[in-house]
Design a protein around this ligand. Structure first.
Ligand SMILES: [Zn+2]
Length: 327
């Protein structure tokens, strides 16, 4: 079901959605990257969304008219995050603009789930280059201001917001923001690089420990019938998301301190047709090679089994680095 990203035009992606009313689309390369164009067979009632994985919790949603990114981080410098010692807090932040330009040609909206380096470190540069709107908490935005993010593109949210984007096209999409929490760990339920930076813009973050969590958010992105729920960490607030019914939910390995994380998330989201594994790669390894499971292959298989047991009708999608799936 997942195709290796192939920049050679034209590529046709048809009949990949197990459902009804999917638009038939032809994808063609343009100067700005891959563009999706509806054919005359298209059913206007259902949009088509091309979902591409850029490692960690970095996802690109592309429709005929818009590109939405979640936690777009592709610079991937080594930190030791998946070693027994964990990430070295003193690791200097690197922003590889050439890598960002290569893999992330476009963005209209950028959604930030929390402030850790593997989620936001590339966003200031990317926002400046693309002109995209960036959603995040006061802390996330302050950290990005300190990294020269363009002030007038920053949209501060707290959870509870419901916004419509691309209002001047016939294919608007909506984003709902929900309050959440980062997964915690250890004997005392502590969050790695926890804390907030309200008020004053802090000194420019230099080391990964400077990019504090700063509150966590989850997002429901609805492209008009095809919708996705994403949390950047293995946690969520059940009462905040009560009643949502996404087409697909992202789930990551981990969450050992979150009771019945997988089962409760599937139940809270109505046992969605698709479950997509996210944030499962050891990001000390290159994005341009197949993903190396951070917790070992067994952790990924355990996640697949848990999803199958809790929601047997859901299709489990394992999309590899730079591959995509068309909904
Ligand atoms: Zn994190």
């Amino acid at each position: 079901m997942n195709d290796t990203d192939d920049p050679t035009p034209p590529i046709r992606r048809r009949g990949l959605l197990k459902g009804t009313g999917v638009a038939a689309l032809a994808a063609s390369a343009t100067a700005g990257g891959i563009a999706l164009a509806q054919t005359d067979e298209a059913d206007a009632a259902e949009p088509t969304v091309r979902l591409r994985w850029l490692g960690t919790n970095a996802w690109e949603f592309t429709t005929a008219t818009a590109t939405v990114l979640i936690d777009p981080w592709v610079s991937r410098f080594p930190t030791g995050a998946y070693t027994p010692e964990g990430a070295d807090p003193e690791t200097e932040i690197e922003v590889h603009e050439d890598v960002i330009d290569e893999h992330l040609p476009r963005a209209d909206t950028i959604l930030v789930t929390h402030g850790h380096w593997d989620h936001i470190a590339d966003v200031p540069y990317l926002a400046k280059r693309t002109g995209a709107t960036v959603l995040g908490t006061e802390t996330h935005l302050n950290l990005m201001r300190a990294m020269d993010a363009p002030e007038d593109q920053l949209s501060q949210v707290v959870g509870g917001e419901y916004y419509q984007f691309a209002t001047d096209t016939d294919a608007p999409y909506t984003v709902q923001v929900f309050q959440s929490s980062h997964s915690a760990g250890g004997e005392h339920k502590r969050i790695v690089f926890g804390g907030t930076r309200p008020g004053e813009v802090p000194k420019r973050p230099k080391r990964i420990k400077d990019l504090v969590e700063g509150g966590s958010l989850t997002y429901l992105i609805d492209f008009g019938g095809v919708s996705f729920f994403n949390a950047g960490s293995a946690n969520f607030h059940e009462h905040e998301i009560a009643g949502i019914r996404p087409t697909a939910v992202f789930i990551q390995p981990g969450g050992g301190h979150t009771p019945r994380y997988v089962e409760r998330l599937l139940e809270a989201t109505g046992f969605p047709p698709y479950v997509i594994a996210t944030h499962w790669d050891d990001f000390d390894h290159p994005l341009t090679e197949p993903a190396v499971p951070g917790g070992g292959r067994e952790a990924l298989e355990a996640l697949r089994d848990r999803v199958a047991a809790a929601s047997p009708d859901s299709e489990f999608l394992l999309i590899d680095h730079l591959e995509h799936h068309v909904f």
